[in-house]
Ligand binder design. Structure first.
Ligand code: ZN
Ligand code: ZN
Length: 346
């Protein structure tokens, strides 16, 4: 039995039907658009998939393969008996109805596989590190070019080319390039706005390599800044560095968030930092754990998280600085290494 399946089985007191396809991939290495994996508390795993994927399913070690109809949930539901747990956060209501029609007693669960998945092994960390390094190099190449006078969209598209040239399989999400007052929208899409002199430009970008995502943000200046933006940058950077220096295993997501939030609030920008400090990253760009005022997580060594405070000044501009880090017992190991002091692009 694989380490991942046994780690999951240890947490089970009844069979779990895994329907999140990323979780199925994580547990078995099997990739498809239509599958479910039934994991028993003793670690026995049954993989259901339809005709299109059945041959590749037979190559998956350590699972019993059961061919199923294209309407998978109905078919699997008819074969289940007794109490079966399911992933309540990802199973659509219609699929739940079809599964339930078979008569099994469905018991909702939350985040069982996600908790296991949050802690990365050495092989996963190596892939995350490679992903972060390729992303760093792509952005470095972009900073050697002219930004002022080009549109946000053009820069985002050029960054995409450079990331592919440096070895990215794909982007882990659409890059954000937000200049001037657009920087005040944390997740604004690049627009036709031309990058102007004397403001901040936020770039939030990441790539996927061997399935694993990276996520990083840097904010650049295009010349002499208004005092308020310069102050926001310095406060954000200090808060980000404070969080990087103090986050470690055993802290709660709320405590980690406060490491950056407290100095931002003390500097008078509390209202301008409206999102959480960070999130887990792995096969998905957003996964467990969460670092925020609402988090219920406690950090565990081996988790991969972002550390990304931001300060957003409506009508003026914004700054966000984000690193990707592995949580260790005595601190964090940063995977992103792009410089964080304010860099001026031309
Ligand atoms: Zn990001
Ligand atoms: Zn992020």
């Amino acid at each position: 039995m694989s380490r991942r399946l046994s780690a999951l089985a240890e947490r089970l007191d009844a069979p779990l039907l895994v329907t999140n396809l990323t979780n199925v991939f994580y547990l078995t290495g099997f990739e498809s658009s239509n599958a479910a994996l039934l994991v028993d508390p003793d670690g026995t795993a049954t993989l259901y998939t339809d005709f299109r994927y059945i041959e590749s399913a037979r190559d998956v070690p350590g699972v019993q393969v059961q061919p199923a109809k294209r309407g998978l949930m109905q078919d699997v539901g008819e074969r289940l008996q007794g109490s079966v747990q399911f992933e309540a956060d990802v199973l659509p209501y219609g699929e739940w109805e079809r599964l339930k029609a078979g008569g099994a007693k469905l018991v909702p669960t939350h985040g069982l596989v996600d908790e296991v998945r949050a802690v990365k092994d050495d092989e996963e960390i190596a892939k995350l590190r490679r992903s972060a390094t390729i992303a760093d190099r792509g952005l470095e190449a972009l900073t050697a070019e002219t930004w002022i006078g080009r549109s946000e969209r053009e820069l985002a598209w050029r960054l995409r080319e450079l990331l592919h040239a440096h070895g990215a399989d794909e982007l882990s999400f659409d890059s954000i390039v937000a200049s001037g007052e657009n920087g005040a929208k944390p997740h604004g899409h690049p627009t036709d706005k031309i990058v102007e002199r004397g403001t901040l430009v936020t770039v939030d970008w990441g790539v996927r390599v061997d399935g694993y995502c990276s996520d990083c943000t840097r904010t650049f200046s295009t010349g002499r800044l208004p005092d308020r933006l310069r102050e926001a940058y310095d406060v954000c950077l200090e808060a980000q560095q404070r969080a990087c220096a103090n986050i470690k295993a055993g802290l709660t997501g709320v405590e980690a968030d406060a490491l950056a939030r407290d100095p931002i609030t003390d500097a008078g920008f509390g209202e301008n930092f409206g999102h959480g400090l960070g999130h887990g990253v792995g096969l998905a760009i957003h996964e467990a754990p969460r670092l925020s005022t609402e988090s219920t997580d406690t950090l565990v060594a081996g988790q991969c998280v972002t550390i990304e405070p931001g300060i957003y000044l409506p009508g003026v501009g914004g700054v966000r600085i984000e690193d990707l880090a592995i949580v260790r017992d005595d601190g964090v190991e940063l995977l992103t290494s792009f410089p964080k002091e304010l860099i001026e692009v031309s």
